[in-house]
Design a protein around this ligand. Structure first.
Ligand code: ZN
Length: 168
């Protein structure tokens, strides 16, 4: 997944398109953790190695990093929840979002649905996401939900082809 995302990121860099990363950035006692009655083990605690991006992921200088889930009492699967992502994308003139990463059935799904609600076109790079699949089939159901909300599902090779083929 990471090498695929890096290919998309490089293609965006070549065309000087905006690149944004969202990350969980939780307080130590975040509401989503089991210790607080949530469903997740502690993860992505602010300032710890667990909150860092995958070491192989290309983070270009000039990319924007959006931290979410930063308040102890609010969950945020979506990159739009409790952040300035919508305003930021609109100020950049973004109309279409290409999306990949973790996880298909939680953060990718919720971010996609919120992006559709906010009026963006969304293209999910299906082979650049992975599902938790806590219940078998969750990932597939999430993809169906996103498609129903008007998101396009595509593959890495299609995206790379499209970005290489349309020069500006
Ligand atoms: Zn989280």
């Amino acid at each position: 997944m990471v090498p695929g995302l890096n290919k998309v990121i490089k293609a965006f860099e070549r065309r000087s398109l905006p690149i944004l990363f969202t990350r969980d950035w939780h307080p130590l006692d975040h509401i989503s953790f089991r210790s607080r009655g949530g469903i997740w083990p502690p993860h992505c605690v602010q300032g710890t190695p667990g909150a860092e991006f995958h070491p192989g992921l290309r983070i270009p200088a000039g990319a924007t990093i959006i931290s979410k889930g930063t308040s102890r009492d609010a969950e945020a699967y979506s990159g739009f929840r409790g952040t300035n992502l919508e305003e930021l994308l609109k100020s950049l003139g973004v109309e279409e979002i290409f999306l990949g990463g973790l996880t298909t059935d939680y953060c990718v799904r919720e971010t996609t649905l919120d992006a559709r609600t906010a009026g963006f076109s969304v293209t999910v790079i299906e082979d650049c996401t992975r599902a938790v699949d806590a219940r078998p089939g969750d990932g597939g159901r999430a993809l169906a939900d996103m498609r129903r909300a008007g998101a396009k599902l595509t593959t890495l090779s299609e995206v790379v082809k499209r970005l290489a083929g349309t020069q500006q």
